[in-house]
Design a protein around this ligand. Sequence first.
Ligand SMILES: [Zn+2]
Length: 96
Amino acid sequence: MRDEFSTNSKFIIEDEAHAEWCGVFSTFAETMSELESRSRVAWDAQPNVCPCTNGKTCGREYAIVEFDISTEPWKERSRAPILAISSNGVEWNVTK
Ligand SMILES: [Zn+2]
């Protein structure tokens, strides 16, 4: 049986606070491991530095967005907020 679900999917890390795409991945596991490595980086160090000018009061709100890439443009399948990083600290929102 063809594994249509995984071959037609891409996973995007989107910073929902700034509507910025931070990476495109082929599997959910790869996407999570990128977020895990970002969670070990300080909020004021790259790649967690906010692109806006009020970085001290703002933060990153990373979500994983799954896209169906068999259509053009890609169609969003699901979206889940996963990780927030700011000067207040690191907060995981993983719901399973
Ligand atoms: Zn910001």
